[in-house]
Ligand binder design. Structure first.
Ligand code: ZN
Length: 159
């Protein structure tokens, strides 16, 4: 596995619509591993393939409960709403307030192209929406209420 370069806002690849994955080839398997490694290294909770320059419908998420790999994800159902801070690895050092559904149900395929459904509330619901938006070329900044602001990093924090 290897770290991939995270593309930042302004890069055209982040504005494009991604193509469906038809088959999990060894290259896709490698991409999934690399995306997970890249996401963990950057302390992110989610990463979409276009963020590493690949226009395929693939997302990885880990909100601290283990990795979730979503191939060709679609949102089936949403409910409620939540308003809170959101950030993106493609816009480091910034965050903004975004309103999202508080419950989201998705259907996707796993690494073995087995179809599954997953449900999330709060942070996971937010991550599903944020990452799936990336697959259609959308960034959270389009939905920010008010201004983006700077994130204060706590660099010396002990793990
Ligand atoms: Zn993002």
């Amino acid at each position: 596995m290897a770290l991939r370069t995270i593309r930042e806002m302004g890069d055209e690849v982040l504005t494009k619509k991604c193509r469906e994955i038809k088959e999990v080839t060894p290259r896709i398997k490698e991409l999934i591993g690399d995306m997970l490694e890249t996401m963990y290294e950057a302390n992110g909770v989610g990463l979409a393939a276009p963020q590493v320059g690949i226009l395929k419908r693939l997302v990885v998420i880990d909100i601290g409960e283990g990795p979730i790999v979503l191939i060709n994800p679609v949102i089936l159902e949403t409910d409620g709403s939540q308003t809170g801070e959101e950030g993106c690895l493609s816009l480091p050092g910034k965050s903004g307030v975004v309103t999202r559904p508080n419950y989201v149900k998705v259907r996707a395929f796993d690494e073995n192209m087995q179809e599954f459904e997953a449900e999330g509330t709060e942070l996971l619901a937010r991550a599903f929406c944020h990452e799936i938006d990336h697959l259609d070329g959308h960034m959270y900044v389009e939905k920010v209420e008010g201004e983006l602001h700077d994130v204060v990093y706590e660099e010396d924090e002990e793990e």
